[in-house]
Design a binder for this molecule. Structure first.
Ligand code: GRF
Length: 226
């Protein structure tokens, strides 16, 4: 199978970009990163991509009068690069049907919470302040509602009252870097079937089965001597 041509939309540090590029290099993700499109000049992700010899394009959102005109400029670049999957990796703009219609069911995003909890900005701060015991990361298909499309993979992480937004952020990020390349590879290997909100994953070969992991209980149950 030839590698899936992907385009990455990013705005900042690009640690998810790093994880995706590393998985491609390691041969665990059957994709070819054709282009990184960034809306913020000077963002770290640009230098990282350039260092790997990956094409980069900066499209400043401020130079477009509307979200739609911004998206149509992005679409032009993605189509010129023959991208077949659009990967939003720390991209801080809300996308419109202009992008979604150009890549139907072919735009994915990662959100730093267990959706549908803590949608929108600063999900890690929201989780820390709310006092949840478990939060996590979600890879999902993008639709017209914010942080809403069908869920592909989630990872849960524990939270304790001693945590703050930063400790939660780092704990989630570690899991983001595991599940995003994995989820993209499921698409690259054509193993997803989407029916409404349900995303079915075809097992990888005859011997593997999908078994739900044991529950994550937070805080861990304590043994008592009583
Ligand atoms: C990540 O937490 C991602 O979930 C969110 O933006 C953050 C930045 O990621 N959407 P990155 O280091 O730029 O990949």
């Amino acid at each position: 199978m030839s590698p899936l041509p992907i385009g990455i939309l990013a705005s900042g540090t690009g640690t998810n970009f790093d994880a995706i590029a590393a998985a491609v290099q390691a041969g665990t993700l059957a994709a070819d990163i054709r282009v990184v499109v960034c809306n913020r000049p000077g963002a770290k992700v640009l230098a990282k991509a350039e260092q790997l010899g990956i094409a980069t394009i900066t499209v400043e959102h401020r130079e477009s009068p509307t979200r739609e005109t911004f998206d149509s400029r992005i679409v032009e670049h993605l189509q010129a690069a023959n991208v077949e999957l659009v990967v939003m990796a720390g991209f801080d703009r809300i996308v419109t049907p202009v992008l979604l219609d150009a890549f139907p069911n072919r735009v994915v995003n990662i959100h730093p919470a267990l959706l549908p909890a803590f949608k929108g900005l600063d999900a890690q701060t929201q989780a820390a302040e709310y006092g949840v015991r478990i939060t996590g990361a979600t890879v999902h298909l993008v639709d017209t509602d914010l942080d809403h499309g069908p869920i592909i993979v989630q990872a849960a992480v524990p939270v304790s009252p001693g945590d703050n937004a930063e400790t939660v952020r780092l704990r989630i990020l570690e899991q983001e870097h595991r599940i995003y390349p994995y989820a993209i590879n499921l698409i690259a290997e054509n193993r997803l079937r989407v029916e409404g909100r349900q995303v079915y994953i075809q097992p990888d070969g005859a011997n593997s089965t999908e078994e739900p992991a044991a529950a994550l209980i937070s805080p861990p149950l304590q043994r008592t001597s009583r």
